[in-house]
Design a protein around this ligand. Structure first.
Ligand code: G1P
Length: 293
């Protein structure tokens, strides 16, 4: 089995759930404390051994590429002023050894279609990761994708991150049917945003995936599904007819759905509470306003 070195990050979506904030700013560039969402996700990718990030992007999303590119003017200004700590922040934006490639998704035909747009930059026999940048995966020790790589290496099958959600939330996510076997959580079924009565479980697909090369040809054949979009979940469900797939339950970390306003606010509060420099004064501030309100 080939090593996974490429991760596809679909960023072409227009982020209409977050208007007006995302009118001129890509939703992936919204900040959590002091870094844009996508920077956290690329750090998680790098920790898992990913060396190439494939952005599937849109003409309005140029600031994402700019963020990870060099800005000579800013760097030389900081250098001239001796502001080395700030210079270091810039140098650390793109993890060492990671390259970014962009491909365009010409039409908004769904997540499955976005992933298919990256096919030309993958070899036919190449496994790959998919990371949805509006989902932040906090983990105190080892990132979610790095942990999934271990499951992938052991089982040599596609591996997807799962997290239990409240019953009323199953219709917001891809939901997996699973069977517990001695090598882990074997996926038996995948349904995109089912109603409660059609949901095979309450285990949601959280936005981190590792796929064998077989997924791409199946995606190519996938017809429009829910919402008249080409759904990644539908191609994954087809993959189950040919290969095994395992779930990685993300239990000892925490995910934040930052495509949702409440999820985004929770991420900001909790990441600020974990930030060494901010946490103490932020805690005092929160205690203060919760007492007075
Ligand atoms: C997408 C996927 C869904 C997955 C979710 C995770 O949905 O289609 O299967 O559970 O991301 O965030 P979206 O949030 O783009 O509607």
């Amino acid at each position: 089995m080939k090593r996974v070195t490429k991760a596809i990050l679909p960023v072409a979506g227009l982020g209409t759930r977050f208007l007006p904030a995302t009118k001129a700013i890509p939703k992936e560039m919204l900040t959590v404390v002091d870094k844009p969402l996508i920077q956290y996700v690329i750090e998680e990718a790098a920790e898992a051994g990913i060396t190439e990030i494939i952005l599937v992007t849109h003409s309005s999303k140029g600031s994402i590429e700019n963020h990870f590119d060099k800005n000579y003017e800013l760097e030389s200004e900081l250098k001239a002023k001796g502001k080395n700590d700030r210079l270091k922040l810039l140098e650390d934006i793109l993890p060492k050894g990671v390259k970014i490639i962009s491909v365009r998704q010409p039409e908004a035909l769904g997540l499955g279609h976005a992933i298919l747009c990256a096919k030309p930059v993958l070899a036919d026999d190449e496994p790959f990761a998919v990371m949805l940048p509006d989902v932040l995966m906090y983990h105190p020790q080892q990132g979610c994708l790095a942990q999934m790589m271990e499951v992938y290496t052991e089982n040599k099958t596609s591996t997807i991150a799962l997290e239990a959600v409240a019953e009323q939330d199953v219709e917001k996510y891809g939901i997996a049917g699973v069977k517990l076997i001695n090598t882990g959580l074997k996926i038996t079924q995948l349904v995109e945003k089912p109603t409660i009565d059609k949901a095979p479980s309450n285990l949601s697909v959280v936005g981190r995936y590792i796929f064998t090369p077989r997924l791409m040809p199946l995606l190519k054949r996938t017809k429009k599904g829910l919402g008249e979009e080409i759904q990644l979940t539908d191609a994954m469900d087809k993959l189950l007819e040919e290969e095994s797939m395992f779930g990685f339950e993300f239990i000892d970390g925490k995910s934040y759905d930052c495509g949702d306003k409440l999820g985004y606010l929770k991420a900001n509060v909790e990441y600020a509470l974990r930030d060494k420099k901010l946490s103490s004064s932020f805690k005092d501030y929160l205690a203060d306003i919760t007492n007075t309100n």
